[in-house]
Write a protein that binds this ligand. Sequence first.
Ligand SMILES: *Cc1c(COP(=O)(O)O)cnc(C)c1O
Length: 419
Amino acid sequence: MTITEREFARQMDREDDLADFRNRFHLPRDESGEEVLYFCGNSLGLQPRSTSNAIERELQKWAHKGVAGHFSDVDPWYSYHELLSEPLAEIVGARPHEVVAMNTLTANLHLLMVSFYRPTEKRFKIMIEGGAFPSDRYAVQSQAAFHGFSPQEAIIEVTPREGETHLRTDDIEAAIEEEGDELALVLFGGVNFYNGHFFNLQRITEAGHAAGASVGFDLAHAAGNVRLKLHEWGPDFAAWCSYKYLNAGPGAVSGLFVHDRHAEAFELPRFAGWWGIDPESRFEMPPQFQPQPGAAGWQLSNAPILSMASLRASLELFSEATMEALCQKSDRLTGYLLELIKQLPQRDFEVITPDDPDHRGCQVSMLVHHESQKRYDKLQQAGVVCDFRRPDVIRLAPVPLYNSFEDVWRFWKILDEST
Ligand SMILES: *Cc1c(COP(=O)(O)O)cnc(C)c1O
């Protein structure tokens, strides 16, 4: 049997231990009631069927107990965020006290830069990947300007070599070394949102630290998608959103990581709020802010419980499936898509995501050389939900929790027939 036969995909699904997780999600349908082929988990992950119950439980608590819900016997709101630390830590390879769920992603990047972007006249530059997500670029530009530096001088973007589609780690290291003692912060994505390149975060961390800079990562496209070992790799901080691969719903609460070596760095400047202090003394309302140790010491406000309930429901699925098993399936599922694309006429499509599973997650981005808009429209008409970046890049993410090999095969068939 060859990979281009539908039966091959079906056989792969039969052999897949994680196949049943698909039934634990709501799959969107089109106007005629047909399930769509959903490949947009890199943008908004699907809703677990358990989410509404998890939210409903908190609504009931509110309805029946009112303010007493903060100290109810079951999952009191006062410490609700603590329930998320362990499962989140598993996702990013951290210790529970190194992570906390709070705020939203860009807000957290700013808060973390308050602590870890401490520019001086000589050391003031921030290095980001070329083609970084716009919100990250605005965030670093405004941080540089806030400290009185010209963003044009302060922000260094590393771009791929002429004719290449993604960065080489050697080139990133060389760029870091070149900026040397002018570099205050290296802030990279974990997986680039555009081309799906999973950066070598360990080597970037080591190079940044060797240059005397702080190192932080935006893991929006990495958390829940690729194997992460933040504690071991040693960046100073990271943040991510939970509505992409973490399936916690639109605008859901973000996650934040601060490395253990800063757990008791109480002298670090930070913007403070009452949720950052020791929970035992919070209601004594001490006049001075004294942060609690660990990532939780960066919290400002009491927790958005409904959004956290939704994240919690989703993280239970991750704990059950385990990140390692999901990544193994993901390697195969996206590997299958890449192999299928190679069967198409070369001159039509150029995959700009690295082939090697160590350098990508599930997302595949392809340049469409001819009639890209027309092809994208045809995909949409055939019920495929994926993403189009004008002028010519189609992005899709086969997500191991809810996409099947047959989904991938069907996508490929529709693409093949889209001329
Ligand atoms: C999705 C995404 C964001 C979105 O930021 P929000 O503050 O959650 O709106 C930011 N950065 C990157 C790299 C992203 O992929």
